[in-house]
Ligand binder design. Structure first.
Ligand code: FMN
Length: 217
């Protein structure tokens, strides 16, 4: 593989501190929202956030992901129906009591109208191995790679001035069927993207402090 000189401009300390602080403040205002407006969003924004996600690092640069973008109302409806079926079973009898107790403060239940209301659903699939024609090849650190790309995606949606929800209806096999995914792909996250509903509320949460999440040696 050919190499090229790295493009890198060092910043003075004060500018680094300023930039990191501004970015921290910007991302600290990100929230998951569960009530979406049906207001349309330009497709170009979705292209940009997906390509931001796809710029993420990945094990051996295999880029083991597919972002399936759903805007068709009929497909969104099929996804909602299938997700609500799984979620109803989860809330009614599959979820252990401890899990339900942890979800209680978030006010979630099996109803998922946002799967139809949000103008776009971005379904992130991980590719557990690569496939070219009939040949299979190995992927490395797939969960780590797709998790990082999904983090880039959520940050890009926020930066664009839109809202997202990280949604994981469990199990997610129905997404492979509805979206006709190949054998090497598994649904990873279902992310509605759009504007919040006018009356949207979010639970009051506190985030851990630096001392709680970091250790310095
Ligand atoms: C891997 C993952 C799975 C999640 N699954 C769901 C979900 O299925 N339904 C839901 O309403 N929220 C889900 N969430 C959102 C979390 O509840 C939310 O991120 C958390 O309460 C913190 O709120 P915030 O995102 O507003 O900071 C998920 C988040 C993550 C990271």
């Amino acid at each position: 593989m050919p190499f090229k000189p790295l493009q890198f401009t060092p910043l003075p300390d004060n500018e680094m501190i300023q930039r990191s602080s501004t970015f921290r403040e910007q991302l600290a205002t990100r929230r998951s929202v569960r009530h979406f407006s049906t207001k349309e969003v330009p497709m170009e924004v979705i292209n940009n956030v997906v390509m931001t996600a796809s710029s993420a690092p990945s094990g051996a640069n295999k880029e083991p992901w597919t972002f399936v973008i759903v805007k068709d109302p009929k497909i969104k409806r099929d996804i909602r129906i299938a997700a609500e079926k799984e979620e109803k079973a989860f809330y009614d009898h599959r979820a252990p009591d401890e899990w339900l107790a942890d979800l209680e403060p978030l006010g979630t239940d099996w109803h998922k109208p946002f799967l139809e209301d949000a103008p776009f659903l971005i379904v992130v699939f991980k590719k557990i191995y690569g496939m070219e024609e009939d040949l299979q090849f190995k992927h490395y650190y797939v969960n780590e790679s797709v998790g990082i790309a999904s983090g880039f995606l959520l940050a890009a949606v926020h930066q664009a001035g839109l809202m997202a929800l990280t949604h994981t209806p469990s199990p997610m096999g129905f997404l492979s069927k509805i979206l006709k995914r190949p054998e090497n792909e598994r649904a990873f996250l279902l992310i509605p993207v759009g504007y919040p509903a006018e009356d949207a509320e979010v639970p009051v949460l506190t985030k851990k402090t630096f001392e709680e999440v970091a250790e310095v040696f």
